[in-house]
Design a protein around this ligand. Structure first.
Ligand SMILES: [Zn+2]
Length: 93
């Protein structure tokens, strides 16, 4: 089954069973058009913010993927504290 990017219309065959983290062409992480935008840059150092869990359950890794890619891009570091109603994300640097 091939993937298709909603942003640039590029189609590709994923190499693994895992959902592709980004479009190989335009690099958007929201290539399937249904991931929620997470605004991590509003978190100040030493502060934390609670984010709702993405639904359904299988979408939870997307939040971590988004956080990881933001962390890499920005050079900022975060800790995650999973809770029942959401995930508490604390910026440590
Ligand atoms: Zn694309």
């Amino acid at each position: 089954m091939s993937n298709k990017c909603v942003k640039c219309n590029f189609s590709w065959f994923p190499r693994t069973e895992k959902k592709s983290a980004q479009c190989p062409k335009c690099r958007t992480t929201n290539w399937d058009g249904n991931s929620t935008k997470y605004n991590f840059k509003v978190i100040e150092i030493g502060h934390s913010r609670l984010y709702d869990w993405p639904e359904p359950l299988e979408n939870r890794p997307r939040l971590f993927a988004a956080l990881n890619s933001y962390s890499r891009r920005s050079g900022r570091k975060f800790y995650c504290y999973p809770e029942s109603k959401g995930i508490l994300i604390k910026r440590i640097s």
